[in-house]
Design a protein around this ligand. Structure first.
Ligand SMILES: Nc1ncnc2c1ncn2[C@@H]1O[C@H](COP(=O)(O)OP(=O)(O)OP(=O)(O)O)[C@@H](O)[C@H]1O
Ligand SMILES: [Mg+2]
Length: 255
């Protein structure tokens, strides 16, 4: 059975595209058949995270009825397949986000998991991604504006009856001014927090070389956290080793 999972945030810039690229690459490495879809039609950039942004045919063409979903699907070296969206302004003309759920129907039964990179906000584009999905991952940063918008996404999902797999906290810096996990959880209807991903420059470094960080630096703590989340999403479990500074601290404490 094909699962359709959207990553949504409400607030822009929380880390949706980064998470979709990295979850997709992690699941593909685990042997799952994964298709990642750029449903951020107005400002698409999933292709850039995955090393290619100029495709002859993309999701816009499928929405306009000019191409089949297969014609807009490309193999990525990590093993995942990507349906990119066209980055040109002309690509947008005539593409209607309301057609997203219908456009993905052709993939049902042909893959294990479809991961949708939703648009920011909770407007028509994001709503279409949610409507196309069976399940959602809500991603937020540990600050009040981000969590407030994540709450709106939670409420919307609840209204639509879409299952929420859990909340991902991204870009954790462990600063005093950040919201505490318990406060975030209380604000978000106690939906389980399924991953706490640290702020790490390696994520930006990986994007600059257009490679998911789990591929660019597979052993980095941030990558291990994302791989653990990927395993969790498919009901598997993997060990995460502690970050180097904690291992060093433990070493001296034990000595
Ligand atoms: N864990 C992290 N550590 C450091 N930087 C991060 C992390 N996660 C995301 N970023 C950075 O945050 C920025 C926004 O990430 P991303 O584009 O994935 O967010 P988004 O939610 O898809 O944004 P939009 O709403 O605009 O689509 C990027 O520059 C990315 O490099
Ligand atoms: Mg994005």
């Amino acid at each position: 059975m094909t699962r359709i999972v959207s990553v949504v945030s409400g607030k822009g810039g929380a880390g949706k595209t980064t998470l979709v690229a990295n979850l997709g690459a992690s699941l593909a490495k685990m042997g799952y058949d994964v298709v990642v879809v750029d449903a951020n039609l107005t400002t698409p950039n999933l292709g850039m995270h995955l090393g290619a942004h100029l495709f002859p045919t993309g999701f816009h063409d499928v929405l306009k009825g000019r191409a089949t979903i297969d014609e807009a699907t490309y193999q990525h070296e990590s093993g995942l397949r990507i349906i990119p969206a066209g980055i040109g302004i002309n690509d947008l003309k005539g593409a209607d986000a309301r057609d997203i759920p219908g456009a993905l129907l052709d993939l049902i039964g042909k893959t294990d998991i479809i991961l949708i990179d939703a648009a920011a906000g909770l407007g028509r584009e994001a709503l279409a991604a949610i409507e196309a999905s069976d399940e959602l991952i809500i991603i937020t940063n540990p600050d009040l504006p981000s969590v407030t918008d994540a709450l709106k996404a939670v409420k919307l999902a609840e209204e639509l009856g879409t299952k929420i797999i859990g909340v991902v906290l991204n870009r954790i810096k462990r600063k005093k001014y950040e919201m505490k996990k318990s406060d975030i959880s209380a604000m978000l209807d106690n939906i389980p927090i399924i991953a706490e991903i640290p702020e790490d420059e390696l994520v930006q470094e990986a994007i600059s070389v257009r490679t998911p960080v789990v591929q660019h630096r597979p052993n980095a703590f941030v990558s291990q956290k994302i791989k653990k989340l990927a395993a969790n999403v498919v009901g598997e479990d993997i060990e995460v080793s502690k970050p180097w500074y904690q291992r060093l601290f433990n070493f001296f404490v034990q000595e």
